[in-house]
Design a protein around this ligand. Structure first.
Ligand SMILES: [Zn+2]
Length: 118
């Protein structure tokens, strides 16, 4: 499958994720989706990202601001509801709150991040 085809599958699955969030009492606003290499370098130098191989560079990742009860949250357990659903939509989908899919809050945590890692 071409990168463009993966991007379209990713975008369609993000639509499903948004609908699922609202069905479960969570509201979303967009953070970053596409990111330039220059911006990625700034994040890596600042320690906000660990890699220059981010899926944001390929339009295969998005960061969401998640709201519960009108409040922005980075609570792992709250957003894990979305992470768990995200992983059911495609075998290549990963949530930044559980990169290795072990259901434990360990390692580098990036709660707002959803990606299709091909
Ligand atoms: Zn991200």
């Amino acid at each position: 499958m071409s990168l463009s085809m993966h991007q379209r599958v990713f975008t369609r699955n993000i639509a499903k994720l948004i609908v699922y969030a609202y069905q479960h009492g969570l509201e979303l606003t967009f953070g970053e989706a596409y990111r330039t290499a220059e911006q990625q370098e700034i994040y890596v130098k600042a320690g906000k990202s660990k890699t220059m191989n981010s899926d944001h560079l390929r339009r295969l990742a998005v960061d969401f601001n998640v709201f519960t009860n009108n409040k922005l949250t980075y609570d792992w357990a709250t957003v894990k509801i979305l992470g768990d659903y995200w992983e059911t939509l495609h075998p290549s989908n990963r949530w930044g709150g559980d990169w290795n899919k072990n259901n434990i809050k360990d390692g580098f945590i990036d709660v707002p991040h959803f990606e299709m890692h091909i």
